[in-house]
Structure formats: C-alpha cells, structure tokens
Design a protein around this ligand. Structure first.
Ligand SMILES: O=c1ccn([C@H]2C[C@H](O)[C@@H](CO)O2)c(=O)[nH]1
Ligand SMILES: [Zn+2]
Length: 134
C-alpha cells in the first residue's frame, strides 16, 4: 500500500467514525478496508441496548465490502481517540482473516499512527484450510 493509499484509508475511517452509534460506551470507532482493486469501504461501531448485539466498526466495514462484491481485502485502518492503539478485538481479527491474507493494520488516533500486521495480531489463525484439511 502506498502512503497515499494509506492516507485515503485512514481518512475514510475518520469520516465513518462521525456516524458512530455509541450511546452506551461513548467510545466512537471508525474503520475502513481496502479491496484488492483499491476501493475503500468504511464502517463505524453500531451499539445496541442489548450490549452483546453491538457491531464493531471493523465488522461493519467488512460487511460493506462483501455486500459490494469485494472479498479480497488488502489493508484495514482503525481510528479512535485513544492514547494507545485501538486494535481490532478478537472477533474482528477473526472476521478480517476470513477475507484477507496477511495485511497491514493501520491504527490512527489523530496524532500518532501505528502499523501492525494481521498475522501478528492473530497468529496461527483458524481458517477454511482447517475445514478443508479434514
Ligand atoms: O476495535 C474496536 C474496539 C471497540 N469497538 C467498539 C465496540 C463498542 O461499541 C465500543 C467499546 O468497546 O467500541 C470497535 O468498534 N472496534
Ligand atoms: Zn471487534
């Protein structure tokens, strides 16, 4: 991913964060994924009065990409106003893994940027190859 593509991805995540529905946690998150054709899809967290029904920003972004016919993701950005990086939760790491090989995970808080790799955040992930290898 070029520096310009990374900036575009991070900007899309901040834009989506404006729409975060987080009346319970008051913790607004934005995310964006880039498909292998360079298209960007974004999401925000969508909370619920049944707290466990909450959707994270990352999974909303993945859903947008898949619903638009893009299943090959090459990068993800997550943004929130935290002093330490807001990395994807375990469930989102697993969902991202379904549609990506190893890929850059860019975290931004408006002042600082951190770079991780999905395989570093979810090593030895379970995937369809395990199901296929029975
Ligand atoms: O990476 C993360 C971490 C948290 N959240 C959301 C879920 C919930 O709405 C709020 C607090 O956990 O932040 C995300 O969307 N993405
Ligand atoms: Zn999550």
């Amino acid at each position: 991913m070029t520096a310009e593509q990374e900036d575009r991805l991070v900007r899309a995540a901040w834009e989506a964060r404006r729409h975060a529905y987080a009346p319970y946690s008051r913790f607004a998150v934005g995310a964006a994924v880039m498909a292998d054709d360079g298209q960007v899809f974004s999401g925000c967290n969508v909370e619920n009065a049944v707290y466990g029904a909450t959707l994270c920003a990352e999974r909303v972004a993945v859903g947008q990409a898949v619903a638009s016919g893009r299943r090959r993701l090459v990068a993800v950005a997550v943004v929130a106003e935290t002093s330490s990086p807001t990395t994807p939760c375990g469930t989102c790491r697993q969902v991202l893994t379904e549609f990506a090989q190893d890929m850059p995970v860019v975290i931004d808080n408006g002042r600082q940027r951190w770079h991780f790799r999905l395989a570093e955040l979810l090593p030895q992930a379970f995937g369809r190859s395990q199901l296929d290898g029975r």
